[in-house]
Design a protein around this ligand. Structure first.
Ligand code: BES
Ligand code: MN
Ligand code: ZN
Length: 532
């Protein structure tokens, strides 16, 4: 796709479609006055007719509303799409991303193949305030809020990036297993070119922002594809193969350890989980190394390609979507694509423990005691609490290999879904600065992270009578925090944050820029944290 700047007036627009943002209850005439004053004067009758149509249609500029109108020869551009922003007083990246996603969802496929222009209107906040004058201008009102006009180059490039993200994310579709590849199943929708008009950006700054947005969204879609694959296909071996091709394409180093090597590294905790499965486990490490860097961030992903619960078997309903239990692994592999492309000035290491959790005849028994790589002994009182067992050794590996900052990401607990639903991930950690930075990165990237406390008392439920600790705490009591307290035992005192993405990692229906199914949650947050 091509990205470019366009002349700032609608009358000069040569695209197939012009998109104009509209706040709640704005008058169409005012929208045109801002977008192209000369045209507004010249084509008053036409614009009044449009205004009638818009109100007939019930378009009120609400968030999520999208209305496409023909221009009947009054403009070169044949169609204008009004995109509702709702009460826009705090228009920002999240709103821009969602608006672009709504556009993709509402436009019929054929109008989405050509060129699209986005019009940012020119009334600056100051100008709007002056027009309204005095006290009224001071308090933000829907109508007077600067119509999407951002102003600073930094903000404008964020907006452009978010729009590109929204478009690519909402256009995602997984059609691999549909036998009828016609109509809607043919291919993902994608416009030929996007242009932006009215942003205070150089062509170079615009293209940088768009390319970053596209890379992040495409990586998220890459993660979604890994998750969407059925578990019979996306085995630990296949996941390792995918990681290998990412490393090759993006110039990263990779090491894949097989069961024998995993055993030689004394990862008794990870191997314990793998024992019940026929599919061989893989331990995957992808590295981006900066020679003289003092900083090395490890991103650690849970790669359970299917979670049956093991002998502590899940009921059928809870097992249905458990192919998405490798969403953390998918997120870190996808993030490495962006790391390889945008090359931060510090080292990044992705660590993935990949296995199925199955109740095979060699499976862990509830009551077994295993020894983790760091020497701690674990009584396995519930084989369904397997995520923490495999992450324990992955974290230890990262610490042993020089990580001085640890971020793990995992579909770890059902408890976090109960607490936060599918809206936000839980975040916990030992280093408030790291946790706060990740929350901020998430906010900018359009992913919600909500911090849960790690009170020392939560560790008490993990005390075992016969081993150093047990893997499952008291049922129904702060399950997400006790899981995190378990992980903390394996972080070697390094600054550490843990993202529990069990909720937003999977959606049962499309929601704004996220399609139903595996969402690739976390890719955007990690990318923003690592490459800005
Ligand atoms: N993969 C699950 C967590 C999960 C649950 C993810 C629902 C997505 C949706 C994890 O391995 C698990 O089974 N956790 C148990 C822990 C318990 C046995 C202590 C849980 O949450 O029930
Ligand atoms: Mn489980
Ligand atoms: Zn699991």
């Amino acid at each position: 796709m091509k990205y470019k700047l366009e002349p700032a007036s609608l009358s000069e627009c040569q695209s197939d479609l012009a998109c104009v943002f509209v706040y709640a209850n704005e008058k169409v005439a005012d929208v045109f006055k801002d977008a192209d004053p000369a045209f507004a004067r010249r084509a008053k009758a036409f614009i009044d007719t449009l205004g009638l149509h818009v109100s007939e249609d019930g378009f009120k500029g609400k968030a999520g509303q999208v209305l496409t109108l023909p221009t009947f020869g009054n403009l070169d551009v044949r169609r204008i799409t009004l995109i509702g922003l709702g009460e826009g007083k705090d228009f920002g990246t999240s709103q821009a991303r969602k608006a672009a996603a709504n556009l993709v969802r509402r436009l019929p496929g054929d109008s989405f193949q050509g060129s699209i222009s986005f019009y940012f209107r020119h009334a600056s906040p100051a100008k709007v305030a002056a027009k309204k004058g005095g006290a009224a201008a001071a308090k933000p009102r829907t109508k007077t809020a600067a119509p999407v006009k951002t102003g600073s180059a930094a903000m404008d490039s964020e907006i452009a990036q978010a729009i590109v993200e929204g478009i690519h994310l909402a256009a995602y579709a997984f059609k691999k297993y549909k036998s009828q590849k016609n109509g809607d199943n043919k291919k993902e929708k994608s416009p030929q070119s996007l242009s932006f008009s009215g942003l205070s950006l150089s062509a170079k700054a615009l293209s940088d922002a768009c390319l970053k947005g596209a890379a992040i969204a495409e990586s998220t879609n890459f993660a979604r594809r890994l998750i969407a694959e059925p578990p019979c296909f996306m085995t630990p071996s296949k996941l390792a193969e995918e990681a290998r091709s990412v490393a090759k394409e993006f110039g990263l180093t990779i090491k894949v350890f097989d069961a024998r090597e995993i055993e030689r590294m004394s990862m008794g905790s990870f191997l314990g989980v793998a024992r019940g499965a026929k599919e061989p486990p893989k331990f995957i490490v992808i590295s981006y190394d900066v020679a003289k860097s003092k900083r090395k961030v490890a991103i650690v992903g849970k790669g359970i390609t299917f979670d049956s619960g093991g002998l502590s078997l899940k009921p059928a309903q809870s097992m249905e979507h458990m192919k998405y239990d490798m969403s953390g692994a998918a997120a870190v592999i996808a993030t490495m694509r962006v790391v390889g492309k945008f090359k931060p000035n510090f080292s990044v290491m992705a660590v993935i423990a990949a296995t199925e959790n199955m109740p095979g005849d060699n499976a862990l028994h509830p009551g077994d005691v295993i020894t983790a790589m760091n020497g701690k002994t674990i009584e396995v009182n519930n084989t369904d609490a397997e995520g923490r067992l495999i992450l324990a050794d992955a974290l230890t590996y990262a610490v042993k290999h020089g990580a001085d900052e640890l971020i793990d990401i995992a579909t770890l607990t059902g408890a976090v879904v109960t607490a936060l639903g599918r809206v936000a991930a839980g975040i916990m950690g030992s280093d408030q600065d790291l946790v706060s930075k990740l929350i901020d990165s998430g906010a900018g990237a359009g992913e919600k992270l909500w911090q849960l406390p790690l009170y020392e008392e939560y560790a008490e439920t993990l005390k075992s009578d016969i081993a150093d600790l047990k893997n499952a705490g008291a049922r129904g009591e702060a399950g997400s925090a006790s899981a995190a307290m378990f992980l903390k035992e394996f972080t070697g005192g390094k600054p550490w944050a843990h993202l529990d993405i069990a909720g937003p990692g999977w959606l049962d229906r499309d929601r704004e820029e996220c399609n139903k199914g595996g969402t690739g949650f976390g890719v955007r947050t990690l990318c923003r944290y690592l490459v800005g």
